[in-house]
Write a protein that binds this ligand. Structure first.
Ligand code: TRP
Length: 370
């Protein structure tokens, strides 16, 4: 891998991602200002994650909107591979999905792929990934989804529902397709080889168009789904992609649920959050105060600033002021981190309460096999 190169696959993200190149490579479309305007017109407002390019790319959003305006509703689908506790980066597509669900009044499905993480992580047992599935479900529910319109799918529990659809899909994907898409080798276990059929299955759980908000690393699965959809008489899933959320230690590489220090978990205490940010968050500031005052910081590579932009400061004016003050040297790196720490801890204190309450409600959300 050369210096300006990068890798983005569902199981491996590495390097400094050039999103323009990635759009070309994957064959997706950038969210244009026209599309943004159209969403604003249909919905009556937009979301800061759209305005700021956190959601930056899509496949067939225009068809979804065309159909919607003709009275054809769609449903939403996203998911999570339960390889560990939920970290704040995971919440990005979920929070955005919640907004879409409210604005378009849709059903929503959330898939927890305990099988996938068992197949892909040599150190995890199926019991562990299943336990994490329930833990992650609490974070999802805590965001305020309503159980009458939202169902959680746990692969090992809902296989009876998924399997007939997955079988349709699996018959149309051959080994050379998956191999080329994911870089499988002869050593890859066959659970992985079949898995994409299971991630495809919820796309066809209702006989309606589906829109999937997702991290762009998941796009390859749905490229395959889209290829085979017409062959099984189904509509292609439409997608809307978010950028990879940087790890605390810096740009290049997404937040990983298995790296303790590089990650802020939704269950972290205020003190742990403070320590992690102060110690590990990559700074775009200068080595000492004198230089920082003179030269200023670089918000574009500063992880504390990026977290504010991506999630924790929805107010554009406040964000802009922080950007300018940091760039001019008025705002120091430690002060910027303090702003973020407070924002995260405010968010988490409420989230953790709702997460506790979710324990009593989880059964309402779990999909029942028919
Ligand atoms: N494979 C995803 C992950 O590792 C989980 C997932 C399942 C998913 N279905 C999805 C993600 C649909 C986005 C959209 O996190």
């Amino acid at each position: 891998m050369s210096a300006d190169d990068f890798i983005v696959t569902p199981w491996h993200v590495e390097g400094d991602i050039d999103y323009d190149k990635l759009i070309k490579k994957f064959g997706t479309e950038r969210i244009s200002s026209e599309l943004l305007g159209r969403i604003r017109t249909v919905v009556g407002e937009d979301h800061f994650m759209l305005r700021r390019g956190i959601f930056f790319s899509h496949r067939e959003m225009n068809r979804i909107l065309d159909d919607y305006q003709k009275g054809q509703k769609f449903f939403l689908y996203t998911g999570r591979g339960p390889s560990g506790h939920t970290h704040i980066g995971h919440l990005v597509p979920w929070v955005f999905s919640k907004w879409l669900q409210e604005k378009f009044d849709t059903n929503m499905y959330f898939q927890l792929t305990d099988d996938e993480k068992f197949f892909s992580k040599s150190n995890l047992t199926l019991e562990e990934t299943n336990k994490f599935a329930y833990e992650n479900a609490l974070d999802f529910i805590a965001l305020g989804f309503k159980s009458n319109k939202t169902k959680i799918i746990i692969n090992t529990k809902n296989i009876q529902t998924l399997y007939p659809i997955a079988a349709q899909v699996a018959k149309k994907i051959n080994f050379s397709n998956t191999k080329a898409t994911f870089g499988f080798t002869n050593e890859t276990n066959i659970g992985m080889i079949f898995y994409t059929a299971l991630q495809s299955a919820p796309c066809f759980i209702e006989n309606k168009p589906v829109l999937i908000p997702l991290g762009v690393d998941q796009d390859p699965h749905f490229r395959l789904t889209r290829d085979i959809a017409p062959k099984i008489g189904k509509l292609k899933p439409a997608l809307i992609h978010n950028i990879m959320i940087p790890a605390l230690e810096g740009p290049g590489g997404k937040m990983s649920a298995s790296d303790n220090n590089g990650t802020i978990y939704t269950t972290d205490s205020p003190n742990v959050v403070k320590k992690k940010i102060n110690k590990h968050a990559f700074s775009g500031g200068q080595p000492d105060i004198e230089q920082h005052r003179k030269i200023g910081g670089n918000p574009d590579i500063d992880v504390a600033y990026q977290y504010l932009r991506i999630f924790f400061e929805p107010d554009d004016n406040k964000l802009k002021a922080i950007y300018e003050d940091y760039k001019s040297g008025k705002l120091l790196s430690g002060e910027l981190k303090a702003i973020l720490i407070e924002k995260i801890n405010d968010f988490l204190s409420i989230h953790q309460e709702k997460r506790e309450k979710a324990k009593d409600k989880i059964h309402e959300f779990l999909l029942e096999n028919k």
